[in-house]
Write a protein that binds this ligand. Sequence first.
Ligand SMILES: [Fe+2]
Ligand SMILES: [Fe+2]
Length: 277
Amino acid sequence: MNSNSVQTMKGRIESITALPTIPANLKRIAIMLEKPRLTLEELARFISHDPALATKVLTMVNSAYFGFPERISSISHAVMLLGLNAIRGLLLGVSVFDLMQENMNGLWEHSCACAVAARCIAQQKEFKKSEEVSVCALLHDIGKVTIMLRYPAEYEQILCSTQERSMTIYDVEKLFFPASHAEAGGWLAQKCRFPPNLVEAIGFHHRPQIAKQAPLETAIVHVADILVRAKGVGFSGDDLVPLVQQSAWQLLRLSDREVHDILIQIEDSIPLPGGSC
Ligand SMILES: [Fe+2]
Ligand SMILES: [Fe+2]
C-alpha cells in the first residue's frame, strides 16, 4: 500500500461510490442513505419506484433470512415490519449483492447464513431488535468488498496469502493495510448514517471485547460469523474457524441445545442453486 495511514484508507473507502466501476443504482442508494432525517415513507417510495430493487427487497424479506410466517407482498408492509434501520441495512445489502457475487464467490452465501444465525441467537436471547442484528450480520463483511474495489491487486495477494500461510483473511489484511475489513465496513456504515450500535457491531465483529455501545449486538454477529464458518456455508476468504472470543461467549451463554438449533437453522437457510438468500 502506498500510504499506510488509516486516514488515507478511510477516505478512499468512504468515497467508494465515486469509483466509475460502481453501478449507478448503488450510487443512488448510497446517496439516499447518506441523507439526514430519512423517513420510512421516503424510503418506501424510493424502493417502490425501482421495480428491480423492490423485487430484490421483497425476495429477501420473504426468505428464510427473516423467517416471517406470512407472505409479505408490498414494500410498505415490509418497511413497516422491519423498521427504518433494518430496511436501510437491507437496502445496502441487496444493492451490494451483485458486487459480492462478482468479487468473492461465496461471500453472499456466508453473509446470508450469518444473518439467519444472528436472528436465531437474537431471538433465543430475547433481544428486541432481532431484524436489526440480522441485517447487521448480513453486512458484517461488507468491508471486504469495499477494500477489494479500492485495492484490487493487494486484495488478490491477500486472498492468495491466506492459503499459503494458513491464516485468516482478517489477520492477513492487517499485514497489508492499517485497518481490516471490519473497520472498513464500520466506516461505510457510518457514512451511510447507520445507528452507532450497528456501526459498532460491524466494525468490531472480530474484536467484540472492545465494543462499548453495543456489546450484545457485536457478540451476536461475532458468534454467528464463527458458527457459519464452522458449518462451512459459503466462503469468506479462508477456510479457517477462529476461536470465539471468551467475552462474547460469556455474554451470550448459549446452551448446547441453542447452538444445535442455530446450526440447524443455518443448514435450512442454504439457498437452492440460483435462489437469493
Ligand atoms: Fe469478518
Ligand atoms: Fe464473516
